[in-house]
Write a protein that binds this ligand. Structure first.
Ligand code: GTP
Ligand code: MG
Length: 218
């Protein structure tokens, strides 16, 4: 019967999220025991997740032993970009899945030697919707949008802003060619989640990246 089918689908989805949350809690414990700082960068395709992580690792890799986990549907392009900065990466190709989940991270935490590592940056699959259901057990979730995605991108995708700790509005070097009011975008993010710490950045010029680093690593 169609009614039964629908309720079974809802149960399955609930199971999936419950299992994810349980493993995320386990990941959190492992990261805490190993004294590893951890961050999940989420955001739409092309918002600048890799570019921001490249900026960060360039600035801090002398002081921290960093591992970057790159989630991508099919390629290792982003991991290769990160490795050019002399930082170790693990590429996870998700195939049909539009977000990393806590199982992916758990596999890394259980199967790789993390003894020297003290910071893990995770670049999630480029998507502004899917990752909101799948917490990974990390210290902070950081959502990135860019002004080239249009002035309404935050209002249109409230869930990730609701469930993140930090928001980045990137590509502000392009503000003169884009018809967007950055202050309005900041206001939109704040209305959705008053606890969000918000940074407006340019991965191209490096504007405000140091402030972002100071905040997340403090
Ligand atoms: N002008 C400008 N371009 C940027 C900035 N940040 C990233 N880009 C460019 O935007 C494009 C996409 O950046 P990525 O860092 O690959 O974006 P991403 O979010 O990692 O993309 P996916 O991994 O494919 O989801 C690249 O051509 C970057 O050089 C920025 O602050 N300003
Ligand atoms: Mg990327």
């Amino acid at each position: 019967m169609p009614g039964n089918k629908t309720s079974r689908i809802i149960e399955l989805n609930e199971d999936l999220i419950e299992n994810n949350d349980r493993l995320a809690e386990e990941n959190k414990q492992i990261l805490k025991e190993k004294n590893i700082r951890s961050y999940d960068f989420v955001g739409a395709i092309g918002a600048g997740k890799t570019a921001i992580i490249e900026n960060i690792v360039e600035k801090i890799s002398r002081d921290y032993n960093i591992l970057v986990i790159n989630g991508d549907v099919a390629t290792r392009i982003d991991a290769d970009r990160i490795e050019k900065h002399g930082v170790r990466t693990i590429q996870i190709n998700t195939g049909r899945e539009c977000a990393l989940n806590s199982y992916h991270i758990s596999q890394v935490l259980k199967n790789y030697d993390l003894n020297e590592v003290n910071v893990v940056f995770i670049e999630n699959v480029g998507n502004l919707i899917c990752p909101s259901d799948f917490i990974l057990g990390v210290e902070k979730r950081i959502v990135i949008v860019s002004i080239t995605e249009g002035p309404w991108v935050i209002r249109k995708h409230p869930m990730l802003f609701k469930f993140s700790d930090v928001a980045i509005i990137n590509k502000i070097d392009l503000k003169d060619v884009m018809d967007v009011n950055i202050e309005d975008m900041v206001k939109d993010a704040r209305e959705i989640n008053p606890n969000l710490k918000i940074f407006v950045t340019s991965a191209t010029t490096g504007e405000n990246i140091s402030k972002l680093i100071n905040y997340i690593l403090n």
